[in-house]
Ligand binder design. Structure first.
Ligand SMILES: NC(=O)c1ccc[n+]([C@@H]2O[C@H](COP(=O)([O-])OP(=O)(O)OC[C@H]3O[C@@H](n4cnc5c(N)ncnc54)[C@H](OP(=O)(O)O)[C@@H]3O)[C@@H](O)[C@H]2O)c1
Length: 244
């Protein structure tokens, strides 16, 4: 897809990987709406920065674990543009939730933000894309969908669900709409990640080191712009971590 003038919605776009995806879309000439929850200052700064370079950019607040707030976001995008051409589900809740301590709220928050929200957004915009004859949905997954992290099972289950959703939507929305996923290994450490766990991760990564948000943006650019015959795939960008 040629991104020039395309209407793109990115969830969780204010900082980190989501921001790199927003910057990629801006660089390719797209019109952008991105959501934020707590990173209001960063979102406003990014909106200002993009608008300053002539890019149409809208920073929209949304609590994705709240279905009503997602419905409001959908209505806002429709009021803005009628629909979207590209939907990138990048926001996600990643919280340590050991089996013995995790609460029902932990489960609900992560499943709702990481899986239900992409479902609701795909349901709102996917059929419209299909009807218009063109569209792309890109979901940010995690290698942990395949190799679950023991202390993060609700998160891993939400990402495994999103893998199934990615493949299922690819079937339902073909041939007009392509639906793919990117499964990062580590490209940015979570805040407060213990040093010992970092060292363990590095030791299990054949390419050594961690990747970068730009690695994810490069994969996204390929899947959006250069892969017309690719749908329903999960592309690992993990330095080979799934190999060991
Ligand atoms: N970083 C990595 O190395 C890595 C590895 C594997 C997979 N991934 C996946 O790649 C994607 C991006 O990674 P990341 O590290 O940039 O993610 P992140 O920093 O953990 O989260 C991205 C954004 O999601 C938003 N968010 C979280 N819960 C939300 C909620 N309930 N409602 C609305 N927004 C919410 C937050 O927005 P606010 O800041 O505005 O609150 C946050 O900035 C995620 O899907 C992640 O699972 C990343």
């Amino acid at each position: 897809m040629n991104l020039v003038g395309k209407r793109c919605l990115v969830t969780g776009g204010a900082i980190r990987v989501g921001r790199a995806l927003v910057e990629l879309l801006a660089d390719r000439g797209a019109r952008i709406a991105f959501t934020y929850r707590s990173s209001r200052d960063a979102a406003m700064e990014l909106q200002r920065q993009l608008s300053g370079t002539g890019v149409e950019a809208h920073a929209l607040p949304c609590e994705l674990s709240d279905a009503q707030d997602v419905a409001r976001l959908i209505a806002e995008c429709r009021a803005l543009w009628g629909g979207v051409d590209v939907l990138i589900n990048s926001a996600s809740q990643f919280r340590r939730t050991p089996l013995t301590d995790a609460t029902l709220d932990d489960w609900d928050d992560q499943m709702n933000a990481n899986l239900r929200a992409p479902w609701l957004l795909s349901q709102a915009f996917g059929p419209q894309m299909k009807q218009r004859g063109e569209g792309i949905i890109l979901n940010m997954l995690d290698i942990a969908a395949e190799r679950p992290y023991p202390g993060y099972l609700p998160y891993c289950a939400s990402k495994a669900g999103l893998v199934a959703l990615t493949k299922g939507l690819a079937r339902v929305l073909a041939p007009e709409v392509r639906v793919n996923g990117i499964a990062p290994g580590t490209v940015l450490w979570p805040d407060d990640y213990p040093e010992e766990q970092k060292q363990r991760t590095l030791a299990k990564t054949p390419m050594r080191g961690v990747g970068s948000p730009e690695d994810i943006a490069a994969a996204a650019r390929y899947l959006i712009e250069d892969a017309p015959f690719v749908t329903g795939v999960v592309l690992p960008v993990d330095g080979g971590r799934l190999l060991v």
